[in-house]
Design a protein around this ligand. Structure first.
Ligand code: PMP
Length: 408
């Protein structure tokens, strides 16, 4: 019966990881996947997570019953405060609906289904997404019949934000458009708006009645400070008339990739609306997954509600962010001062200016091919490199190959 099913193309990122694993070369480096690695290139179980899971496993009262449809209440309420601020008026006024999801991907999907059922689109059923964006955004919105439309974001010439192109698209979009925004540490470019630019973007949202669909997959990873990294989301929510949805993932900032811990938060204008939204999200969730998974949510809930674990987690997040920032500085130094490697845009400043896990190196596809095929350094064709894959043992090797590829 499946004779007519065509093979689908493989996922680029996971294909890259498979090629890396199959490679026998001892100096191989994986800069493809967006997962944190320690200075020995190993996955890192955060000490806060380690302690929380030990407590959970030792607790004989923890059973394996279903969670409720919307998830673990202590998790969803504290996750909302982490994102929106402990003193958030929206939380205090019961205007926030928070539903536990299958990590950030599930939050994006649930948010997309919710929009497709309940948002009064002005004209075409479409969402504006940054060019480029996380590849899965397109697939997720296409799958529910909402067409992804690019807005200009990254300027390859300046290796920076195309603020003019971005804001003029927002101004020219139909009123009430849905716009996807990366809360911080934009994937894949590492390019974020400044605070002043966020203010100006929010002004346009207010004037045009646009809906902000935030994706927050890297809170804490940009600056090492969880509050500072929530700036954009909190600012938009504080401008009360902008409708805001936020997808939240704990994959990266808690290193809980495989446990699938996340939430969707919908901020409504009134408590009554928030209640109705909760009931509808429950209906959608019931038919899709019935109940979200318990273990990771319990770990995060414990961390967010225990003073000692909270302090430890803040330190863990700083450790990860600082190691990445340090690797950026070292790569910049090696290319600029040691190898004096000619840079695509005139200098390598973008490596230190970009934010979060990724850097867009600015190499051409041919240069990337050389680095991958001859240097055994794996990265996507667009020269996006996960800085978390760099460490003090491999950074000189990587710099040498970038140098060779650029000079050829
Ligand atoms: N959004 C963005 C922008 C991401 O980079 C990612 C992870 N690569 C996600 C969402 C979702 O990841 P997860 O489902 O693992 O939380």
């Amino acid at each position: 019966v499946w004779a007519s099913v065509p093979e689908a193309p493989p996922d680029v990122i996971f294909q890259l990881t498979a090629a890396y694993k199959a490679d026998k070369y001892d100096k191989k480096v994986n800069l493809g996947i967006g997962a944190y690695r320690d200075n020995d290139g190993k996955p890192w179980v955060l000490p806060s997570v380690q302690q929380a899971q030990e407590r959970l496993i030792a607790d004989k009262s923890v059973d394996h019953e279903y969670l409720s449809i919307t998830g673990l209440p202590t998790f969803t309420s504290s996750a909302a405060k982490l994102l929106l601020g402990a003193d958030s008026p929206a939380v205090a006024e019961d205007r926030v609906t928070s539903v536990q999801t299958i990590s950030g991907t599930g939050a994006n999907h649930l948010g997309a289904v919710f929009l497709s059922k309940f948002y009064a689109f002005n004209g075409d059923r479409q969402i504006f997404i940054s060019n480029p964006t996380w590849a899965n955004h397109k697939a997720i919105f296409n799958s529910v019949g909402i067409k992804p439309v690019d807005y200009p974001y990254y300027d390859a010439k300046t290796i920076a934000l195309d603020f003019e192109g971005f804001t003029s698209t927002l101004k020219n979009a139909p009123n009430g458009s849905v716009i996807l925004l990366h809360a911080c540490a934009h994937n894949p470019t590492g390019v974020d708006p400044t605070k002043e630019q966020w203010h100006a973007i929010a002004d346009i949202f207010l004037a045009k009645g646009h809906l902000a669909f935030f994706d927050s997959a890297y809170q804490g990873f940009a600056s090492g400070n969880l509050d500072a990294d929530a700036f954009s989301v909190r600012y938009f929510v504080s401008r009360r008339d902008i409708p805001v949805l936020v997808c939240q993932s704990f994959a990266k900032n808690a290193g809980l990739y495989g446990e699938r811990v996340g939430a969707l938060h919908v901020i409504s204008a009134t408590k009554e609306q928030a209640k109705a939204v909760t009931t509808q999200l429950s209906v959608i969730q019931r038919s899709e997954i019935s109940n979200p998974p318990a273990f990771g949510a319990r770990v995060v809930s414990m961390i967010l509600n225990d003073q000692k674990l909270w302090a430890q987690w803040n330190e863990d997040v700083r450790t990860m962010a600082n190691r990445i920032i340090d690797m950026r500085k070292q790569l910049f130094e090696l290319l600029t001062n040691k190898h004096k490697t000619p840079a695509p845009g005139g200098n390598w400043n973008h490596i230190v200016k970009q934010i979060g896990m990724f850097t867009y190196l600015g190499l051409s596809e041919k240069q990337v091919a050389k680095v991958v095929n001859e240097g055994h350094i794996y990265m996507t064709k667009n020269a996006r490199a996960s800085v978390a894959g760099l460490n003090t043992h491999n950074i000189e090797y990587v710099a040498q190959w970038i140098d060779k590829a650029v000079r050829e």
